[in-house]
Design a protein around this ligand. Structure first.
Ligand code: GLU
Length: 507
């Protein structure tokens, strides 16, 4: 019988969650749901020097916002707890020592000064990096070069040491990748990575393999940037005797900058004029907040749909998929090998589509916080009417404020110069006359307001086209917005009269 599918997202809590990270979550999630399997969130926090306070909670909140909730996690627990690697510290040492015993790893006693000396000695020029590898290891203080007795006494004396993998010479390591097919690695080019650090903490390389094994992970999907580490991981699966249980790999394509020039990195946040993080990220070290898709006004469903298409499609040209549909149709084999260029305009297009597909009641709830940010809470029935009128103009949820603020408050400034371009005394007389009459319009709805204008137009020999733009600017402040009589209806009789009179007094 096939094993139950178990996949994992294994972030290091070092900062904001990049959209590439959320896409990795999504592909894992889709695969798990599709196979009735489990989706696990494991926090890889073994590198305490890179640990950032709040990052773990932030990651979980991002997953909640996207609706990609893990079945097992630090928050939910699960049969393989703990899900935070720092809490599993005690379990890794034995595996590292097993590797030493089987000859696949060794103790290294080199001090930072020794390492620095080795690097400067072997450096050919200032740009070259010198690795601790099959060549240089021969000149270092490790259990491959020191006499057995000396190693024993160094260990007994508690001399600080690490455990390194002993990379084999002249071997080709083959990775079978579900997206990329067979990938060949030359073992001679890979360094002897540290597996266990001096403080007993594993490095990522050891921890990821041990935990994928112990947590019975069947498929490991991660970003392409991890491909260079794959040969180390493959060897560890083999050397630890777990080859049969090794997960199937898939290295997901990079998300590239819009011009295709390089990876869209965490550091690009805000710099390119769009977010790279799912949600606002506050960096405590820099005391800086980087904008997130959520705060900018993206709907999570649109964000998720957009991410699904960054590196995958179903071959039919369809672009809008609900999460359930994605679960049905997604296939890891159809994920592209090449990097996917990020296109912010396209991302906004997705959000616009989702806004149009969402019912007004739901939109009212979603848009309200963006309006309340400005200290205004509209009456629910007014908000609903406004939503219906302006939703087709809104791309981001925050646009409900930008496009609709004049419904909720008197515009701060009126574009008088735009009115004055085609203004004359006759129009002024018309407005002054009509606005007095408006008091008598009893049934205050767009059609009656519109009808009330007819007699006055005739009286002043004006056409409707002559007064629509000035009226709009008086009510809205500028040349935008939905139907002007609808606007008058919603803002109400008193406010309409007030806005016209105020504008007239300056014309
Ligand atoms: N801890 C790694 C990260 O931060 C996980 C890579 C993997 O999935 O193996 O992305």
């Amino acid at each position: 019988m096939d094993k139950r599918v178990r996949v994992r997202f294994a972030p290091s809590p070092t900062g904001g969650l990049h959209l590439g990270g959320v896409r990795t979550v999504l592909y894992n999630y889709l695969f798990a749901r599709q196979h009735n399997g489990d989706f696990i969130l494991r926090i890889e926090d073994t590198d305490q020097t890179r640990f950032v306070k709040g990052a773990e909670e932030y990651i979980y909140e991002c997953l909640l916002w996207c609706g990609l909730i893990p079945d097992e996690s630090t928050v939910k627990g699960g049969p393989f707890a703990p899900y935070r690697q720092s809490e599993r510290k005690a379990s890794y040492g034995a595996y590292a020592r097993q590797l030493v015993a089987s000859g696949h790893a060794y103790y290294a006693f080199d001090t930072p000064a020794d390492l620095e000396e080795m690097r400067s000695k072997h450096r050919v020029d200032e740009h070259s990096t010198v690795q601790y590898d099959r060549t240089t290891r021969k000149h270092m203080r490790n259990s491959l070069t020191l006499p057995v007795d000396e190693v024993k006494s160094l260990l007994e004396a508690g001399t600080p040491h690490v455990i390194r993998i002993k990379m084999p010479e002249n071997e080709t390591i083959v990775c079978h990748d579900m997206i990329r097919g067979e990938i060949h690695f030359d073992s001679n080019l890979v360094d002897d990575k540290v597996l266990l650090k001096a403080d007993g903490m594993p490095t990522y390389h050891l921890a990821v393999v041990v935990d994928d094994y112990l947590m019975k992970i069947t498929h490991a999907f991660r970003g392409e940037e991890w491909l260079p580490s794959a040969p180390v991981h493959l060897l560890l699966w083999d050397y630890l005797g777990w080859k049969e249980d090794m997960p199937k790999w898939a290295h997901l394509p990079l998300i590239l900058k819009p011009d295709g020039n390089g990876k869209l990195s965490k550091r690009d946040g805000d710099r390119l004029g769009f977010p790279v993080f799912a949600m606002n990220w506050y960096d405590p070290a820099k005391n800086e907040t980087t904008t997130g898709f959520r705060e900018l006004g993206f709907m999570p469903q649109a964000f998720v749909n957009m991410l699904a298409m960054l590196g995958w499609n179903d071959g039919t040209g369809q672009e809008i998929f609900s999460l359930d549909e994605l679960v049905q149709k997604f296939s890891i084999e159809r994920v592209h090998k090449g990097g996917a260029k990020f296109d912010f305009e396209k991302a906004k297009w997705f959000n616009n589509q989702y806004i149009q597909l969402t019912d007004n009641e739901t939109l009212a709830t979603l848009a309200l916080p963006y309006i309340q940010q400005h200290g205004i809470t509209p009456a629910p029935d007014v908000l609903l009417k406004v939503i219906a009128l302006i939703k087709d103009r809104c791309t981001l949820l925050s646009d409900f404020w930008a496009q609709g603020q004049f419904f909720f408050q008197t515009p701060e400034a009126i574009d008088l110069p735009a009115i004055k371009e085609k203004w004359n005394d006759n129009k002024k007389l018309f407005f002054a006359d009509w606005v007095t009459h408006l008091q008598q319009v009893t049934e205050w709805i767009d059609t009656t307001i519109e009808a009330s204008v007819t007699d006055y137009l005739t009286k002043y020999s004006l056409k409707k086209g002559d007064i629509m733009l000035p009226l709009r600017i008086m009510l809205v402040g500028g040349k935008f917005g939905p139907g002007v009589f609808h606007i008058a209806e919603i803002i109400g009789k008193e406010e309409t009269i007030k806005r016209i009179e105020t504008a007239l007094s300056s014309l």
